[in-house]
Design a protein around this ligand. Structure first.
Ligand code: G3P
Ligand code: CA
Length: 250
């Protein structure tokens, strides 16, 4: 695995550089690479015809010109809509498949944090297979609020890095993460009361702490100084600038 655990934090672009380009689309991921993010975070679902697509909501109403559940549409049907998320400069942007994102990012060296949104029990193994097919298996990190999905990833390979997502102030999160061999925890930046102590406890057990979604320079700096491993942000350019100015960017 790459730099983390007490080095400078990685910057992962949340849904791509989504402050500037439509979230979870190829332009947003391309922009993240251009901004020199270390990786991107994205969300995945299965279509009606079992294609893995990248979208935050289970419905397409908010981000596209269409409506309804992703699982009620085939990929071809979804392709009829634009996912420009009301950003007029990006009209006619299609929903990407996870395969297309891997194709785009494979040559860049960026990591991909795949957040498994759907509870479809087939999806975790399908994501793992796809990463392998694109030679991305060493650069993909799996997270989910639905923690059984992470066990399903470990059913494929217990060494794949998985991280439970949570937004509450869990006590002893390292104990929970250790019970199923999680490589990291992904708390909301307001959780854990930004405690350096909790980060230290996690690090002592080899567990990384990657916070979301950190756009505020003050929060970015606080978390970086506390020793976090990755910052998931809509504004990778801002995060990189803040870290550089503080001498915390490698
Ligand atoms: O993975 C971090 C973050 O994306 C989780 O929340 O709702 O933005 O998917 P959400
Ligand atoms: Ca997400």
């Amino acid at each position: 695995m790459e730099k983390t655990l007490n080095t400078s934090p990685l910057v992962w672009a949340h849904r791509g550089a989504s402050a500037y380009a439509p979230e979870n689309t190829l332009p947003a991921f391309r922009l993240a690479a251009e901004m020199h993010a270390d990786g991107v975070e994205l969300d995945v679902y299965l279509t009606k015809d079992d294609q893995i697509v990248v979208c935050h909501d289970n419905k397409i109403d908010r981000t596209s010109t269409g409506s309804g559940l992703i699982s009620d549409h085939t990929l071809a049907e979804l392709r009829a809509y634009s996912f420009h998320n009301s950003m007029d400069a990006y009209e006619n942007t299609p929903i990407p498949t996870l395969a297309e994102v891997y194709e785009l990012l494979a040559p860049t060296g960026l990591s991909v944090n795949v957040e498994i949104k759907s509870h479809d029990s087939r999806l975790p193994a399908m994501c793992c297979d796809l990463a392998k097919r694109y030679g991305m298996e060493d650069r993909v990190y799996y997270s989910s609020f639905y923690h059984p999905a992470l066990l399903a990833v470990h059913d494929v390979d217990p060494y794949l890095p998985v991280a439970p997502l949570f937004s509450d102030n869990l006590v002893y999160p390292w104990l929970y993460a250790s019970t199923f061999g999680a490589q990291a925890i992904h708390p909301h930046h307001g959780a854990l009361r930004l405690s350096p102590e909790i980060i230290r406890e996690c690090h002592m057990r080899g567990i990384r702490v990657n916070f979301w979604t950190c756009d505020d320079p003050e929060i970015i700096l606080t978390l970086a100084k506390a020793g976090c491993d990755a910052l998931i942000t809509n504004k990778p350019d801002v995060a990189i600038e803040v870290l550089k100015n503080a001498g915390l960017y490698n």
